[in-house]
Design a protein around this ligand. Sequence first.
Ligand code: SF4
Length: 216
Amino acid sequence: MSRKDRKIILIAQCLVNPYCRVHILGQNFGLSQQLVNYLMERKVGVIQYCCPETTAMGLMRNPQGRQQYDNIFFRNHCKELLKVPLLMVREFLKNKYRLVAFVGLENSPTCGVHWGKHKINKYRTESLHPVDDPQPNEPALRGIMVEILAEELSLDGVACPFLEFPALSAPDSEKRAQFWELLQRTIEPYRYDDAAAPAEDTTVDAADPAPKSEQR
Ligand code: SF4
């Protein structure tokens, strides 16, 4: 791979504007700063889509599960929001840039890459809390926006790794360390001896349900 390769990355908006997140869940500006600095230092151009939840329900929304967002109106809304960012992606690809990855957000019913199974709350609707004992045969389930993004990229014949920003994981957690390593592998695969197959365990075809190693 050429060391002159020009790179872009597609990300969820709250990764650069943490205020978009559900207000009672808090914001992590430090982690966003770390991510943005990392990308800028490596000259990775950022394309973001507008936060689907904020543009549908505003900043004072409450936390909800994936079940509540899984409806035709919200899906249409996500599809509309993706139109311009995906035109941007297409234009960059046409001009020989490389789409290194999409980065979503851990445990988001909208922009999460591995939503999985969650607890049902007292109102008999899905909560934000994952079940304590996920079974290996349960579907990984992506957030609604990520599901639509995968479909749209697939229609364009574009495949790229889908990564998940570990905003909820502890700074010294394995998940955080894994994220940074995977990001580096996608951005600078030539640094790795196994560059011919840099991210077999994480690089997903946009049409696939989830990275093989993450399927549950
Ligand atoms: S994860 Fe997606 S929906 Fe949630 S705040 Fe971020 S951009 Fe908005």
